[in-house]
Design a protein around this ligand. Structure first.
Ligand code: SF4
Length: 360
């Protein structure tokens, strides 16, 4: 059955054939705490005959969300520790997050901001809070990039987005405006000429980072929406969350990264899943993630390689956590693994002096 509207309640999910009646009690308890939304495009992608469908697992609530482990926390990446004014997160010197809205077109069951987004979340910034957020950006000349995230900023109307970009255009030191979104995949028809025009501003370069986790999300309609953005001069990047049972195998990741590149989207981040409450069933170990990422190295083009990162809990920022191909002996000699996992000495043995590398 294909839904014609956004599914938002356990009853909607049951009527759409996505939740069995016997599970409605548990799903109701999940819904009391975490928001639900599945767009028609995503509901149509779900294979009702596959109990492990990777699209369903991303969006259909599960009783496992009722289990919160001791490691998990409401603000897993520590946004609040770096929020000087409402709506701004200033964690790194040259860039800030601007969280204009805490609403999403879909609610991902593994969301790292699940305590902040949704109807019971932090809502949309008031005009006064938006003024203060822009005043903060204008007062900090070191801010080179503003990243609109949330929530999904592209749920805002083209008129609201254009207002934001007009204000951005007046701040000389901001050069890059980046939007983090799922809209091109989950609601591709929204990417129309008005919205695209609203994302552009004089003197600013616009990036759109698309969040997608499984190759099936890149439907013809999604690819067409991305093509409209790229054809308009917007640079696209990807971000993917590494998720158990959804994309934690080399073939799925390889197909996904290639699909991004074919759609003119440069693979950017592969996130290790954050310690968000009720998400332990999605997490894999860092060692498992490293093995998957190392496997991509020999398998697919360099263009397709994402950077495997972890947001360090407590607000300490992102760290690259893939394995390194190089190990030094501290004396100017290195062992370097090639893409087949074979080790080689650099510089070739006995030639360290000729390579100009000190040996002591
Ligand atoms: S789109 Fe992003 S912010 Fe929204 S629910 Fe999904 S992960 Fe969370």
């Amino acid at each position: 059955m294909t839904a014609a509207r956004v599914l938002k309640t356990p009853k909607d999910l049951a009527e759409a054939g996505l939740v069995e009646a016997e599970h409605l009690g548990d799903i109701g308890r999940v819904a009391e705490r975490y928001a639900i939304a599945i767009t028609p495009a995503m509901a149509a992608l779900i294979d009702r005959n596959d109990p492990n469908d990777p699209i369903a697992r991303q969006f259909v609530p599960d009783a496992a969300e009722l289990v919160t482990t001791r490691q998990e926390r409401d603000d897993p990446i520590g946004d609040l520790a770096h929020s000087p004014v409402e709506g701004i997160v200033h964690r790194y010197p040259d860039r800030v997050l601007l969280k204009a809205v805490h609403v999403c077109p879909v609610y991902c069951r593994f969301c790292f901001r699940r305590e902040m987004v949704g109807p019971q979340g932090l809502g949309t910034l008031s005009p006064e809070a938006m003024d203060k957020a822009f005043a903060y950006i204008a007062d900090h000349p070191e801010i080179w990039e503003v990243i609109l995230t949330g929530g999904d900023p592209l749920v805002l109307s083209p008129r609201r987005l254009a207002e934001i970009m007009e204000r951005m255009a007046k701040i000389e030191h901001v050069k890059i405006v980046r939007f983090h979104t799922r809209i091109p995949v989950v609601e591709p028809d929204r990417i129309d000429a008005w919205l695209i025009a609203a994302l552009k501003a004089s003197g600013k370069t616009t990036y759109v980072a698309l969040h997608a986790n499984h190759p099936r999300e890149l439907t013809d309609a999604a690819r067409a929406a991305c093509a409209r953005l790229v054809d308009a001069g917007i640079v696209m990047l990807s971000q993917t969350v590494l998720l158990r049972g959804i994309n934690d195998d080399p073939e799925t990741l390889a197909v996904l990264m290639r699909a991004f590149v074919e759609a003119r989207i440069k693979p950017y981040y592969l996130h290790h899943p954050d310690l968000a409450p009720g998400t332990s069933h999605f997490r894999l170990s860092i060692e498992e993630g490293q093995a998957l990422v190392a496997g991509l190295r020999g398998r697919i083009s360099g263009l397709c390689q994402p950077t495997y990162i972890l947001d360090i809990p407590g607000g300490h920022g992102k760290a690259v956590i893939g394995t390194s191909a190089i190990r030094g002996d501290g004396k100017g000699s290195y062992s370097i693994s090639d893409f087949k996992g074979r080790d080689h000495i650099y510089p070739p043995e006995g030639l360290a002096d000729e390579a100009g590398i000190p040996t002591a």
